[in-house]
Design a protein around this ligand. Structure first.
Ligand SMILES: Cc1cc2nc3c(=O)[nH]c(=O)nc-3n(C[C@H](O)[C@H](O)[C@H](O)COP(=O)(O)O)c2cc1C
Length: 167
């Protein structure tokens, strides 16, 4: 693999990760209900708009995530696009905390844990799952969505504190 940054990284996987850190993305808390009826969720940057007809999103979930089984089994999942004021929530959902929902405002939207306060919330029905490598891609058909004003939380160069000036 050709690279201009090989002085600081060595393996192809490290070069790949370093190169992809140049991609600017938003982040989302993706939530679902576990088989035992509890809410679960994780932070993802692998979220994108997939198709307009039908309106669908795509998200990639790591096999090693504890939410993996629940997300692959649940008929629905929730996508919360995070705002710049939601860094704490982002860090907790990126952790392996057992209590990601404790002390937060959230409710059940049918079978989907819906967190209060995101820039956008989409309730998605899982329509396809593609397992590849160490991740699975979930394609979710958007059943409903809500938006709120605000600036996005931006992930770039492995940092979650970048700001987009959209004013
Ligand atoms: C900025 C950022 C982006 C992430 N993107 C993804 C992602 O797209 N897919 C994924 O499976 N994990 C992603 N993660 C890692 C998960 O959030 C992390 O493994 C989390 O602990 C999983 O929680 P769980 O094990 O409770 O399900 C990301 C983490 C960070 C900090």
């Amino acid at each position: 693999m050709n690279t201009l940054i090989s002085e600081t990284v060595s393996t192809p996987a490290e070069v790949f990760a370093e190169a992809m850190s140049s991609l600017v993305s938003g982040v989302a808390a993706v939530t679902a209900r576990t088989a035992s009826g509890d809410p679960c969720g994780l932070l993802v940057s692998s979220i994108c708009s997939y198709s307009a007809a039908p309106p669908s999103v795509l998200v990639a979930v790591d096999r090693s995530a504890r939410s993996y089984d629940a997300l692959l089994r649940a008929p629905e999942f929730g996508v919360h696009l995070l705002g710049a004021d939601q860094q704490e929530l982002a860090r907790v959902f990126a952790s392996r905390s057992d209590d990601k929902f404790g002390g937060r405002r959230w409710d059940w939207d049918g079978a989907v844990p819906r967190l209060t306060g995101s820039l956008a919330y989409l309730r998605c029905a899982t329509s396809r799952i593609v397992e590849h490598g160490d991740h699975a891609v979930l394609i979710g058909e958007v059943a409903s969505c809500r938006m709120a004003p605000g600036e996005p939380l931006v992930y770039f160069r492995r940092a979650l504190d970048w700001r987009l000036d959209v004013g």
